[in-house]
Design a protein around this ligand. Sequence first.
Ligand SMILES: Cc1cc2nc3c(=O)[nH]c(=O)nc-3n(C[C@H](O)[C@H](O)[C@H](O)COP(=O)(O)OP(=O)(O)OC[C@H]3O[C@@H](n4cnc5c(N)ncnc54)[C@H](O)[C@@H]3O)c2cc1C
Length: 388
Amino acid sequence: MTTVKLSQIQQELRARAIEAATPWRSHVDEWDRTDEAPYGQVAATMAAAGLCGLTMPAKYGGAELTVVDYVVVVEALIATSQSWIVAEPTFGSTGPGPTIVLRAEREDTREKFLPDIVSGRKACAIALTEPEHGSDLTALATSAVPDGDNYVINGSKRFITGSPANELYATFVRFGDQPGHRGIGAVIVEKGSPGLRLETGARFSGTRGLPHGEVHFDNCVIPPENVICGPGHFAELMMAFNMERIHNATLSLALAEAAFDEAVSYTSGRSAYGKPIIEFQATYHTLVEMRMAIDAHRLLTQHAAANSVEGRFPTARESTFAKLSGATMLPEVTRQAMILCGGDGATLDHAAQRLHRDAMAALVAGGSPPVLKNALASQLFPDHRFRQ
Ligand SMILES: Cc1cc2nc3c(=O)[nH]c(=O)nc-3n(C[C@H](O)[C@H](O)[C@H](O)COP(=O)(O)OP(=O)(O)OC[C@H]3O[C@@H](n4cnc5c(N)ncnc54)[C@H](O)[C@@H]3O)c2cc1C
């Protein structure tokens, strides 16, 4: 694992993350086989290690660290454990969930939810994608209609990471009839709310052990303080996803490091034609190319993290480039690792294929590469209008 020079605090954070993640490494194959993981126990470990709420304000229990620190921690957690589940508590307590709540219009909304989310006591899912509207998120149809002081929510979401385990659902909804992004706002729905129905969702080929459920709202009633913001703040809400993009870029970095290590280990330990496979030119050239791709991606990820506003809010352009770079690099690195690990690499017992399946899931989560390119084109060429 290569890194730029770490500060004393970052070295200490990294050591803490490696220590917290190491015991989980031996469970990851079982989580993959059974598609079940003890999320609550993992979250308790991470909270006890002080790895929750890293960039959040101290006022709500956060550590007020930087996004660069966040990247150091998340890379160490995932590369050590080979699992993105192990970094979920850090993500859930620092990523888009709390970032959206931080933007709540009312202080009592922030006070009601942030201390629990930031401490890792309650995990907050992001409920955006709908059965009929995925990439085209400004078409979302889940509605929020006032009813006295309360709001009534109707609609369905799918692929919601952490559901049904999570306690809170930061949900994107349409207020009124206004079409497109102008009608969209966000609310928090608490587990146990009347009319909230959580169902086990599709089973992905990667990220196994982490649930991605369906969330249904059937005349689900929420109190007024659970409204994060009404319509007209879509662009601000979307900025919370810059943390998701940084996280996804770091996930790609860490999984690629793990795949590289697996390939080096296999080709060093196995011989063909009388010598270790790593000593064939075709092998070491591939490993050098993999190393270069990972290190180039590392630079884009750290660049995006380092340029975060006030150290804590990544910009859309840089975080999107970092995420796109990871989505391009990781599947190729894991594919090469599988090839280098031979027939073993393709068996269900081998880490290389598990990492490749995780890579393919990571690729689409939070926005597919074509959609990221659309967003980047709008940033790069603001004088042109790009049809989506
Ligand atoms: C592991 C995982 C975790 C996830 N977690 C969450 C979560 O926690 N919360 C949540 O709300 N969602 C989550 N999602 C959903 C994810 O955000 C969506 O899958 C993603 O946005 C794509 O939407 P879709 O699946 O409906 O694909 P579609 O919108 O049906 O797209 C299908 C294909 O069409 C392409 N396409 C669509 N529009 C365009 C365009 N304008 N130009 C070019 N190509 C286009 C896409 O790139 C894609 O390749 C998760 C997904 C995965 C895989």
